[in-house]
Ligand binder design. Structure first.
Ligand code: FAD
Length: 508
């Protein structure tokens, strides 16, 4: 049956004012300015936000840029620092460290991917197996350096980066932006969700008898998923059997030393610990799997490892890894934690919020809520969550760690077919096929598969006829260019002090 076109959506209601809610409000207040009558955001200070989420991926720059937010002003306002990637300590095996850097690794070699050439040199000729030497972001991270892209025809022109920031301050910045563009904020607790006979959401009932009607509802209520999950009863796909971490303790400490331009993730006996440098403090957190480590044991270990200068008591956050079976149902779209959560190992949540927003803009509905648009949105978002899920499982599944029940479980567990297939392809001839639209591309898969210790049985056959000495020489040149570029980059701290200093940087 043909779908009748509806009327224009005139009123958008955003439920929740965490990072997701205010990102939606800021974006749609700019994009829909001339198309709708009103955007209302309902939030409850009493309930509060999840209060973590300090590391990002480079896509956030696109979001801020489209809003017209000046980058230095944003860094100052959020106590931000720059991030060139993630350093993984003790992951593939104890005592081993590798970087998952942003940006390009190596450079083009005719029609062959860089890593095929490099693998030939490593596997057949004993060349350097230090992949980081071929990535400017990895080298700069190791040496504590940072600058923005500069010039042309050099790796310096392609520097790729993200940020660490105080998520609460980011939400405040976005709130100012959105309210200045007419978003109306209502302080109140959502008590019930009123549905029509057709199962659409008609209104939110708040405490003190208030009621908020709307055409389109965006559920940003966090883990509660009050609208899409609770009221509309869309099921949840639980991925805890693949990603068993389900708890975190987080606590800030006084800044110690110059801020590193990367997130550090250190593997522990039943999870991992993060360290995120901001300008005014360091963020620390322990992510762990409660079936393998009790909350009490986790807290003891976390406190024992915390550096001096704790600024608040550790906060415990309980979560479940997985996603909603659908993200958009009827007239309700869930974005942020209300849509699902993949643990923070690769800092993907804010990126998923951003992509949810971009897709909602693309498929923006009228009141007919055409099922074809909804299905396309759900398909694209599901695929994105599934791809990231596979990438995260890779970190746990591949590696030599067998020193705890947790690691034995992770390295021995069956993984999704989609991941098993990728691992087998790399094991065979080092191939990493790129799927369209994936957030983590060839260089990311390469860095983590190699870093975790996965090795191909033999190189790409098309590299075998190439002159080995010539290849070694060429690889040496690539390394040298990267090292020379790194030499001229300033220290990360100096770059911040010169361009976007937020406050006096405290030293221990
Ligand atoms: C341990 C941990 C570490 C993380 N680290 C990162 C990271 O490094 N990078 C990253 O990108 N992401 C990270 N995340 C995810 C990140 O925190 C979230 O994606 C982000 O904060 C968005 O959260 P949210 O806005 O969806 O939910 P929340 O922050 O929980 O906000 C929910 C909102 O809904 C409101 N609300 C709820 N119920 C009601 C009600 N009944 N009535 C009215 N209002 C209500 C709340 O008041 C709040 O305003 C991390 C998450 C965890 C758990």
């Amino acid at each position: 049956m043909a779908q009748h076109p509806g009327k224009a959506v005139r009123k958008v209601v955003i439920a929740g004012g965490g990072t997701a809610g205010w990102m939606c409000a800021a974006w749609f207040s700019k994009i829909l300015r001339d198309d709708i009558d009103e955007i209302i955001l309902v939030e409850s200070e009493e309930i509060g936000t999840v209060g973590v989420g300090e590391a990002t991926t480079p896509y956030i720059r696109v979001f801020n840029h489209h809003l017209g937010i000046d980058e230095d002003a944003f860094i100052r306002a959020t106590q931000g620092t720059f991030k060139l990637g993630i350093e993984f300590v003790d992951w593939g095996r104890r005592g081993h460290t590798y970087h998952h850097p942003f940006g390009a690794t190596g450079r083009e070699f005719g029609s062959l991917p860089f890593h095929a050439i490099w693998l030939r040199d490593v596997l057949e000729r004993g060349g350097s197996d230090d992949l980081g030497l071929y990535n400017l972001q990895a080298m700069a991270a190791r040496r504590g350096r940072f600058m923005r892209p500069q010039g042309q025809n050099s790796p310096l022109a392609g520097i790729d980066y993200a940020f660490h920031f105080d998520a609460g301050l980011y939400a405040q910045t976005l709130r100012q932006f959105a309210e200045a563009r007419g978003v109306r904020r209502i302080e109140g607790r959502i008590e019930t969700v009123e549905l029509t006979d057709m199962g659409n959401i008609r209104a939110l009932q708040l405490n003190e008898g208030r009621r908020v009607e709307g055409d389109l509802f965006i559920d940003c209520t966090g883990f509660r998923s009050l609208l899409l999950g609770e009221a509309l009863q869309t099921g949840f796909e639980d991925w805890s059997h693949w990603l068993p971490c389900d708890r975190a303790y987080a606590a800030p400490t006084r800044r110690a030393g110059a801020p590193a331009p990367f997130t550090r993730s250190t593997a522990m006996t039943a999870g991992w610990q993060w360290r995120i440098p901001l300008q005014h403090r360091d963020g620390n957190g322990l992510v762990f799997a409660s079936p393998f480590l009790s909350e009490a044991e986790a807290l003891d270990g976390f406190l024992a490892r915390l550096p001096d200068g704790r600024l608040s008591d550790p906060k415990l956050i309980r979560f479940r890894t997985g996603r909603r079976k659908v993200f958009w149902h009827k007239n309700c779209v869930a974005i942020g934690l209300a849509a699902g959560f993949l643990e923070p190992l690769e800092s993907t949540s804010i990126m998923l919020i951003q992509n949810g927003i971009a897709r909602l803009q693309y498929y923006f509905p009228d009141t007919g809520f055409d099922p074809a648009d909804i299905a396309a949105y759900n398909r694209a978002m599901s695929r994105e969550y599934d791809d990231i899920r596979d990438f995260l499982i890779l970190h746990y599944h591949v590696g030599e760690r067998d020193d705890s029940e947790f690691w034995r479980y992770c390295t021995g567990m069956p993984v999704p077919d989609s991941l098993a297939h990728r691992l087998e392809l790399f094991r065979s001839r080092g191939r990493i096929p790129e799927e369209r639209g994936e957030q983590f591309r060839l260089n990311s898969w390469l860095a983590v598969m190699w870093g975790q210790g996965l090795r191909p049985r033999s190189p790409d056959p098309l590299t075998l006829s190439l002159d080995g000495d010539g290849l070694s020489q060429w690889l040496g040149d690539v390394r040298e260019v990267i090292a020379r570029c790194c030499d001229i980059m300033p220290a990360h701290e100096d770059f911040i002090l010169r361009n976007c200093r937020a406050a006096v940087i405290q030293r221990q």
